[in-house]
Design a protein around this ligand. Structure first.
Ligand SMILES: Nc1ncnc2c1ncn2[C@@H]1O[C@H](COP(=O)(O)OP(=O)(O)O)[C@@H](O)[C@H]1O
Ligand SMILES: [Mg+2]
Length: 295
């Protein structure tokens, strides 16, 4: 397979609101991550560079297995032993960092704790006094629209509500950068759209730098300032698409002509990569070595 040059995405600062001239909220510099498996070495992320402006909403889209979660886990400090650098506001970080908060799926709530206790939990771990942490938890429970549900347990809530608990819990630590790895994957389409609106409202209110992994193109275009398309293994940057749609946006925007054009454009790129992924999956099932793995 021919080696494509590693693409670098730069931000035209101060494009994003709340941005500071010349300072990126987050920078990923030439990250490469290889996993040694019984099948050989898998390059999950390959020479990927990316800069995110303060307050920007960036979505990462790419076929299953292209390295999206690996990239986020590197940024969030959950995966180590990689080449390259991650910087937050110009400072190199390694391991978990208080500026970075992660949201996974709704299943990450603790079933034995109430909504309020779930949201207050990370603050308790940090040693915040009881009254202060519950006050702060209440503020974020309200922000995600769960007033009146503070004393409920996760089992008494819908999937969309549990996800909002997980989001509030991460927000309560007031991270400067929020990483969300396919948070909406388990939800039905309507809930996903409405929750997307909610996430965007919160992001605009807090001016929080947000990165979202999704395989849903509509969601990516609805929420983002930019959409990053990754190649199928090894995960490289294929393209960055600027989403030039007016704010404030809500899910109504999905019916506009401009919106449809963005979706078509991104699907064109994604289709190529997804087809590669499908072909490799078939090769694997026939017992041939996938091209992403080297002996
Ligand atoms: N801990 C690990 N050990 C070995 N291989 C891994 C590990 N984590 C991810 N991979 C491999 O790296 C590639 C990218 O995985 P991942 O980042 O989860 O992709 P995505 O989130 O885009 O679906 C896949 O081939 C996956 O099998
Ligand atoms: Mg993943």
């Amino acid at each position: 397979m021919p080696e494509a040059p590693a693409a670098t995405a730069t931000v035209r600062t101060p494009a994003a609101p709340g941005g500071t001239y010349g300072t990126h909220a987050l920078e990923v510099q030439d990250i490469t991550k290889r996993f040694v498996t019984t099948e050989g070495v898998v390059t999950a992320v390959d020479h990927l560079s990316l800069a995110v402006a303060p307050g920007e909403f960036l979505s990462v889209i790419g076929p299953s297995g292209c390295g999206k979660s690996t990239l986020f886990n590197i940024i969030g400090g959950l995966v180590g032993d990689y080449e390259g650098r991650v910087t937050v506001a110009g400072e190199t970080i390694s391991g978990t960092h208080p500026a970075i908060g992660m949201v996974f799926q709704e299943e990450s709530t603790f079933p034995w704790r109430t909504v309020l206790e779930n949201v207050a939990f990370p603050l308790e771990v940090k040693g915040m006094p009881r009254e202060e942490r519950f006050e702060r938890a209440r503020r974020f429970v309200s922000m995600v629209g769960l007033d009146g549900f503070e004393r409920r347990f996760p089992s008494e809530l819908s999937g969309g509500m549990r996800l909002r608990v997980a989001i509030a819990r991460t927000l309560a630590s007031e991270p400067k950068i929020l990483l969300m790895d396919e948070p909406f994957a388990a939800l039905d389409e309507q809930t996903r759209l409405l929750l997307g609106d909610k996430v965007l409202q919160i992001q605009q209110a807090l001016q929080q730098t947000t990165l979202l992994i999704t395989h849903n193109i509509t969601e990516a275009v609805q929420l983002s300032n930019r959409v990053l398309v990754m190649t199928y293994r090894p995960g490289r940057l294929k393209r960055i698409v600027d989403i030039d749609l007016p704010h404030p946006r809500d899910s109504e925007v999905v019916s506009s002509t401009a919106f449809g054009r963005y979706v078509a454009e991104i699907w064109h790129d994604l289709r190529e990569e997804a087809s590669l992924g499908m072909r490799e999956d078939e090769e694997l099932r026939r017992g041939e070595r996938p091209s992403g793995a080297a002996a």
